[in-house]
Design a protein around this ligand. Structure first.
Ligand code: HAM
Length: 416
């Protein structure tokens, strides 16, 4: 037997109700906030991700699924959505379409990470990108959508951490100070971080290795290096969150793993998840359009890991399943009438089903019970001869009789 790939999950029918509610809520809230859906390809030229995410990031160094096309072009399965959205925005001239300034997407992403609970090699993100607005109100809007999404799904134990990385010049100055703080402390850093001093020093700040956490304690904080406009931007965002009652914690070590961020960065963790507790994250990336050859364009967005949302989703967030009808038809005439009734209910988009293997009322009722039907229509030859059907409510056991000729309309009425 050929098995599936490690870290790549099937989503089986029993899990679909949870996926449906997380995706429906994403569509509904995105629309409520004025975002429009975009669908971008699942693979792009490798260069797009190398340039966007940064060649010294873990994602680019170790986690991309990269392969050669037949003509030798290097292609990569998308590890995230932001780079593709920005590429599409520039290439398709979406700036000219006012409805394309606020975009959202839902779909699979691919990262070659070590699989564990909540960490997969194919996973799904719901992401939003708000393009063209440098005002901190755009940051507030995006963070509010993120928070309201989690609230709508009743996710427990959420913590929103927020930071500002300032502009490039603030960051360069901070990095110089931080690197000199680390001078002589190299042996007290993990191997990865010893390398990061030369490639990506900011990442040392959010390394999870206890030794590194200990070593960076007492390091100067990036927030002390913000220029006045950056500080004002950050203060405005925080004020907006307070105004909207969104609780946050400032974490000066939150630098995020991708190079395109500047100014606001944020991450939401969920305490009911294990080690992989980051459930959604994002920030501002005003420089990315230029990096990818576009005009200077400010932008801010987030992405949420849907597998992690589903792991944290309480049963109470699941809606009641729609009521549906099982047609228990038997006998020659009964089965014919049952087939027609099944078809007319389905044409009205009412869920209706039967069991073609069962042929007696007893086995049909057993089948209806096993499948969890809300209602059962009893329809045998006698019912056809008497122009009637019996509709049984499987929960209350109440029964009503309707004329067979108008049964479909009566059942639709009953169910709506
Ligand atoms: P990210 O932090 O790399 O950001 O990913 C966002 C979320 O995707 C994470 O918080 C996590 O919930 C989920 N995630 C990441 N890797 C995995 C995995 N291997 N298995 C399961 N879930 C995972 C981004 O992707 C940015 N593009 C976010 C963004 C949008 N920034 C601005 N706009």
């Amino acid at each position: 037997m050929i098995r599936g790939i490690k870290g790549v999950k099937d989503i089986t029918p029993d899990q679909i109700p949870k996926w449906t509610i997380t995706e429906r809520t994403a569509h509904a809230l995105s629309h409520a906030f004025g975002f429009h859906e975009i669908r971008i390809p699942v693979f792009e030229k490798t260069e797009l991700y190398v340039r966007s995410l940064g060649d010294a990031t873990d994602l680019v160094e170790k986690e991309m699924y990269t392969f050669s096309d037949r003509d030798g072009t290097s292609l990569t399965l998308r590890p995230e959505g932001t780079a593709g959205v920005v590429r599409a925005f520039i290439e398709r001239g979406l700036k000219a379409q006012p409805s394309s300034r606020k975009l959202y997407y839902i779909g699979p992403m691919f990262r070659h990470e070590r699989p564990q609970a909540g960490r997969f090699r194919q996973f799904h993100q719901f992401g939003v990108e708000s393009v063209g607005n440098a005002h901190p109100d755009a940051d507030i809007e995006v963070i509010t959508l993120l928070w309201r999404y989690f609230s709508a799904l009743h996710l427990p134990g959420l913590v929103l951490e927020i930071n500002s990385l300032g502009e490039s010049s603030d960051r360069q100055e901070y990095i110089r100070t931080f690197v000199s703080f680390l001078k002589g402390k190299e042996p007290r850093l993990c191997g990865n971080c010893q390398r990061r001093i030369h490639t990506n020093p900011l990442r040392i700040l959010d390394c999870k290795v206890p030794l590194c956490r200990e070593t960076v304690k007492g390091a100067p904080s990036i927030t002390e290096f913000l220029s006045q406009p950056c500080q004002q931007h950050f203060d405005h965002v925080l004020r907006g969150l307070r105004l909207l009652g969104i609780p946050y914690t400032i974490n000066p070590c939150l630098v995020r793993g991708l190079d395109y961020y500047a100014l606001t960065t944020f991450e939401v963790s969920c305490s009911v998840l294990g080690a992989q507790n980051a459930i959604g994250a994002g920030g501002r990336y005003d420089g990315l359009f230029q990096t990818l050859g576009g005009p200077p364009t400010p932008a801010v967005g987030f992405a949420i890991g849907l597998e992690r949302v589903i792991l944290a989703l309480p049963e109470s967030a699941l809606p009641q399943p729609d009521p549906w009808v099982f047609i228990a038809s038997f006998g020659e005439k009964g089965r014919e009438a049952g087939l027609s009734l099944l078809d007319s209910l389905r044409a009205e988009h009412v869920k209706a089903d039967t069991d073609y293997h069962a042929s007696t009322l007893k086995t049909l009722l057993r089948s209806a019970d096993r499948l969890g039907a809300t209602y059962v229509v009893i329809l045998g030859d006698d019912e056809v001869a008497g122009n009637r059907i019996t509709l049984r409510n499987m929960v209350t056991k109440e029964q009503v009789t309707y004329p067979l000729s108008t049964a479909s309309a009566a059942i639709v009425n009953q169910l709506r």
